[in-house]
Ligand binder design. Structure first.
Ligand code: C5P
Length: 338
């Protein structure tokens, strides 16, 4: 075998509960990952040295050197299996998942590279073994190997599949005209949480990250929706209401139970998102949320036809760069050609 192609999905977070900053610079999370039918394709071929070429949506923003997450995944798999130590891999990524959009596109490409090289090298790692290698590459990479609807803990890499009945939900994505950096959004959340409460006390300690510069946010810039000065939960909690709604396969209830602790921080850095979310709700979305660290917003529709109507309405309202429909859950990284 000289060439393998893998298809790998984007994710949204149906819930993202963020705990305090840890000494290692990460935050403890409880999150409900959900893989959706917006895919990148990752091909690998035997070559003399490692290389990566990126094409498609937002390709210019993706590093095409050793910093590329897919190449880091190739090196991590080589180290874990001692396979193919002497030869290189040419990785080709065809992107449809927008970059720096809160949809874990870079993590998806890394997961795609892991699954593809496992096949190319006949390394024989199980999905669980691949998830362990993936966890060392980035917080969301293991989920992109697995797909489906999965509860993530730790920094997002400790996964437990959600025991929910097979269902198909219809989502609309609103892609923003701009980007957000994940570390900057987490940093903004830490700053929001450190703002003094009306009584004069900050809402909690943020761990041991060096002190951040004073918040550039004037009170009028703070998000509405009861999200300013968000409290720090001692340990993030899984939403029992969301899990019950998923178990019941009840889209209306799921829509009401969506939640993202990073949303206030994302809106503080990208205030236009407030309008995008409001427009989706106005057009009858069952739920509206910023995806991960943003700036993509996603909306739950009542069904396939409603998703089309919602996509048309959002696109006409001029509240985002473009829209897409997607269904979920879908499987994780899957070989489509060998
Ligand atoms: O692991 P990954 O490279 O995807 O994380 C990117 C950045 O996002 C981290 O360096 C950290 O600043 C932030 N992060 C975090 N807590 C997490 C996941 C990511 O603070 N659980």
């Amino acid at each position: 075998m000289t060439n393998v192609t893998v298809r790998v999905p984007a994710k949204i977070n149906l819930q993202l509960a963020v705990g305090p900053l840890r000494p290692d610079g990460y935050h403890d999370l409880v999150t409900v990952f959900h893989a959706i039918s917006l895919f990148d394709e990752v091909s690998v071929a035997v070559a003399e040295t490692d290389s990566v070429a990126v094409g498609g949506e937002g390709a210019a923003q993706v590093p095409a050197d050793g910093d590329n997450l897919a190449l880091r995944a190739v090196r991590a798999l080589r180290a874990a299996t001692a396979a193919q130590a002497g030869s290189g891999v040419a990785v080709t990524i065809s992107k449809r998942i927008p970059v720096a959009a809160g949809l874990a596109g870079g993590s998806a490409d890394a997961a795609g590279a892991l699954v593809a090289c496992n096949e190319l090298w006949s390394a024989g790692l199980s999905q669980q073994d691949l998830c362990e290698v993936a966890a060392g590459v980035g917080s969301d990479v293991a989920f992109a190997v697995l797909g489906g609807t999965v509860v993530g803990r730790g920094r997002g890499e400790r996964l437990t599949p959600a025991l929910v009945p097979a269902a198909r939900y219809h989502w609309v994505l609103a892609f923003a005209d701009g980007y957000l950096s994940t570390p900057e959004v987490y940093g903004a959340l830490d700053r929001l949480r450190a703002l003094p409460a009306p009584g004069g006390q900050a809402s909690g300690t943020g761990g041991s990250r060096p002190p951040s510069p004073p918040s550039p946010l004037a009170p009028r810039d703070l998000p509405h929706e009861g999200t300013a000065r968000p409290p720090i939960p001692p340990a993030p909690q899984l939403s029992t209401e969301l899990m019950a709604a998923l178990r019941a396969g009840d889209a209306e209830r799921i829509g009401r139970s969506l939640g993202n602790d990073l949303q206030a921080a994302a809106i503080s850095l990208f205030p236009a998102l407030r309008k995008t979310l409001a427009a989706g709700r106005e057009f009858g979305a069952l739920g509206a949320l910023v995806s991960g660290s943003g700036p993509t917003c996603f909306f739950l529709a009542r069904g396939a036809n409603h998703a089309t109507d919602l996509a048309v309405a959002l696109s006409g309202a001029g509240v985002c760069r473009s829209v897409a429909r997607a269904a979920g859950p879908v499987p994780g990284a899957s070989v489509i050609e060998r």
